[in-house]
Design a protein around this ligand. Structure first.
Ligand SMILES: Nc1nc(=O)c2c([nH]1)NC[C@@H]1CN(c3ccc(C(=O)N[C@@H](CCC(=O)O)C(=O)O)cc3)CN21
Ligand SMILES: O=c1ccn([C@H]2C[C@H](O)[C@@H](COP(=O)(O)O)O2)c(=O)[nH]1
Length: 276
């Protein structure tokens, strides 16, 4: 049985059974037809994934690993904020006529900052520290730049990662302020698991733990029956994950360098509505 399924089921049950409803409150998000997208939410969820033991993809339904990695590379490697550089259409609803989502995500990672050793953007600084000072307690990234929030189409949700090396293991904490549990939980977990594997490989380390801290973990009202059905499904062992061992430069990875094998999973839920 996959540990990722177990954590997902526990979290969903907790939200469904103990979650607070937003009914009667003012909410920002809307369904396509303009009605408010209400949620059941649970505050302060922490899930720990041991990446040395398993690749944390859901098996209750397939996580679209290739599209998730494509978005991860869009943000962390291309450092782009333009949907024309993305192969899926998941961000189209938030893009302007030129395809820009504003000064969000990839844009922030590409901004250079001054250090004693010179100028680095946030990604290059992580790479530098993991090589030169791996036991530093200061290896982190942060997309939540207050100065630029007014120019972002959506404020960053998964906004900060803290990297920490124990022995030869690279661990990370992903901080997420808001999570659409059905659409994005496994999507975000898979992405940041892959990111830890990427940074570990190019830094001569091994992937350790991923700790996912979620402030507002919610299930949208129109997702409740879908989640109830999903968590009652059979579970399978986690798939095997391989990464092309020849890639030693973070910027050389392509989607094809990541291979997920023996991925047994339930049926895909097609056409999940996404609140905008
Ligand atoms: N309400 C909401 N939920 C989100 O998860 C979300 C946002 N808004 N806004 C910005 C981004 C866009 N993200 C998204 C949006 C849609 C899918 C989605 O539709 N996923 C499908 C498969 C898509 C594919 O294969 O390309 C799925 O079945 O999970 C995933 C992530 C995550 N974010
Ligand atoms: O990577 C992501 C990006 C977005 N989300 C979800 C979380 C919320 O449901 C919406 C954002 O709405 P806010 O009102 O700004 O919180 O998008 C996600 O789960 N993961």
């Amino acid at each position: 049985m996959s540990k990722a399924d177990k954590l997902f089921i526990e979290m969903c049950k907790d939200i469904l059974e103990n979650g607070e409803s937003s009914r009667g409150q003012e909410v920002r998000a809307r369904w396509e037809d303009g009605t408010p997208a209400h949620t059941l939410k649970r505050f302060g969820i922490i899930n720990r994934y041991n990446l040395a033991e398993e690749f944390p993809a859901l098996t209750l339904r397939p996580t679209p690993v290739k599209s998730a990695i494509d978005e991860l590379l869009w943000i962390w490697q291309k450092k782009s904020n333009n949907v024309n550089d993305l192969n899926s259409h998941i961000w189209d609803a938030w893009a302007d006529e030129q395809g820009s989502i504003g000064k969000a995500y990839g844009y922030q990672l590409g901004v250079k900052h001054k250090y004693k050793e010179g100028e680095f953007d946030q990604v290059d600084r992580v790479l530098y520290d993991l090589k030169n000072n791996p036991y530093s307690r200061r290896i982190m990234t942060n997309l939540y730049n207050f100065q630029d929030l007014h120019e972002m189409a959506l404020y960053p949700c998964a906004y900060s990662v803290t990297f920490n090396v124990s022995g030869n293991k690279l661990n990370a904490i992903l901080n997420q302020r808001s999570q659409d549990t059905l659409v994005a939980n496994s999507w975000n977990v898979v992405q940041y698991a892959v990111l830890v594997h990427m940074f570990a490989q190019v830094s001569g380390l091994e992937a350790g733990e991923l700790v996912h801290v979620i402030a507002d973990a919610h299930i949208y009202d129109r997702h409740i029956p879908l989640v109830e059905e999903l968590i009652s499904r059979p579970q399978f062992p986690a798939p095997k994950f391989r990464i092309n061992p020849d890639i030693k430069n973070f910027y050389d990875f392509t989607v094809d360098d990541f291979i997920v094998e023996n991925y047994e999973a339930g049926l895909q839920i097609k056409g999940i509505p996404v609140a905008v």
